[in-house]
Design a protein around this ligand. Structure first.
Ligand code: ADP
Length: 170
């Protein structure tokens, strides 16, 4: 089942939340900062052992103090105008995150709108890539959540998903 929520991803009590991290995996702004803050300092200590993460790939960490059991850290592309492989790299973020989730028996997973904050990926274009991948994988999970921070994002995702899905706004 695929669901659109408007919520703070750090509050979700599910198997895994995806972090839109940077290559260091050592914390940053936006959703990354919020996740590190909510998970506690053990997350930084753990991530120091991971050796960073290449753009378009993903690595897993425990959720520590989060209600979620796992954090799947992925690194989205920085928007450079669209001709630098951004759509492919963004799609790979979703694919690698889902594959890692499957390897770890994760059944419920939530994604933020990767790359659409500090990394500057246009919201609509990023949502097209995201929705495509979310739809590709949803049947392999009990619940896949597109966790939007803003109402604008909810509207974009809802529109793309069409009338077949209702957005639950908390
Ligand atoms: P990136 O560096 O990949 O652009 P950002 O964290 O800057 O990552 O932004 C990615 C998306 O996450 C943006 O749409 C932003 O509004 C959203 N976001 C920020 N904080 C949260 C949060 N606590 N929960 C869910 N989404 C969030």
């Amino acid at each position: 089942m695929l669901k659109v929520l408007q919520d703070d991803i750090t509050t979700l009590k599910i198997d895994a939340i995806v972090n839109a991290a940077n290559n260091s995996l050592l914390g940053g702004g936006g959703v990354d900062g919020a996740i590190h803050k909510a998970a506690g300092p053990e997350l930084l200590e753990f991530n120091k052992t991971l050796g960073g993460c290449e753009t378009g790939t993903a690595k897993i960490s425990p959720g520590f103090k989060l209600p979620a059991k796992w954090i799947i850290n992925t690194v989205g592309p920085v928007w450079q105008g669209g001709d630098a492989g951004e759509p492919e790299l963004l799609a790979q973020c979703y694919q690698h995150s889902f594959e890692l989730a499957l390897e770890n028996q994760i059944k419920t997973i939530a994604f933020p709108a990767i790359s659409t904050g500090v990394y500057g990926y246009p919201k609509q274009a990023a949502a097209v890539v995201a929705v495509q991948q979310l739809k590709n994988y949803e049947h392999r999970f009990e619940e896949v959540i597109a966790c939007c921070f803003s109402e604008v994002d909810v509207e974009i995702y809802e529109r793309l998903l069409g009338s077949g899905i209702q957005a639950a706004v908390i």
